[in-house]
Design a protein around this ligand. Structure first.
Ligand SMILES: [Zn+2]
Length: 226
């Protein structure tokens, strides 16, 4: 039997590899009202170089006999290991999470420059949200000013300020059409810093508020023993 493969990003080899497929799940269905068909696939296998187990998913984008002459599937996006980052806070704005997801897809395609642009976009959207920048405001908040104000208002500490400024510098580098290259390793690190900033500002703040409320309730019920 010939070997079946699927192309997916291996996070350890930091490259697209033809993973050896060992299993596959498929599901086809259609929307009851619009009749629009949907198809999705999960591929399970391992990296031919480092043997890491890899799981990827892809969606059907064209349907034979419905909107195309032949079926077509999207590129496989890795969902294991290192699944897309999920945040616990419901306050993370959609534009932030979508930009981060887009950055992750760019990294998986080894497009480090595109990834940096998207990480900068996520940080800029975070600044606007936290600093309550009104929609359609004439003079838009710049990323540089946003970061500065996040620090001034104590939303972030000096270390996160440092990481944010690095993100800003790489975003600027990436956004201008000069001859540059950004290594996958640098882009990977910047992604981790962006996650840490979002986590700190939303997830950890929410968690700490819950914690404080629990303590306060307990205190109301029973005074602490001296
Ligand atoms: Zn590998």
């Amino acid at each position: 039997m010939s070997t079946v493969t699927f192309v997916v990003d291996c996070p350890y080899c930091k490259a697209k590899v033809a993973a050896i497929e060992e299993g596959k799940g498929e599901r086809f269905y259609s929307d009851e009202d619009s009749n629009q068909p949907y198809g999705e696939r999960i591929h399970v296998g391992h990296c031919p170089r480092c043997r890491t187990l890899l799981v990827g998913e892809s969606q059907q984008v064209d349907f034979e006999g419905y909107d195309a002459y032949e079926d077509r599937w999207s590129d496989v996006v890795r969902v294991y290991p290192k699944p897309p980052k999920a945040f616990s806070s419901g306050r993370v704005p959609r534009v932030v999470s979508e930009s981060l997801a887009e950055a992750d897809r760019a990294l998986q395609a080894n497009a480090s420059i595109a990834a940096c642009v998207m990480l900068g976009r996520a940080l800029e959207a975070l600044c606007r949200d936290i600093l309550h920048e009104p929609e359609g405001h004439k003079k838009k908040l710049t990323l540089a000013n946003g970061i500065k104000r996040l620090r001034e208002l104590n939303h972030i500490d000096d270390r996160l300020l440092d990481w944010s400024q690095q993100l800003h510098a790489f975003r600027n580098l990436a956004a201008h059409p000069d001859e540059i290259s950004i290594s996958r390793q640098d882009a990977d690190d910047l992604q981790i810093f962006a996650y840490a900033i979002v986590e700190y500002i939303y997830d950890l703040s929410d968690r700490y508020e819950d914690f404080k409320q629990r303590l306060a309730k307990r205190k109301d019920r029973k005074p602490p023993e001296s």
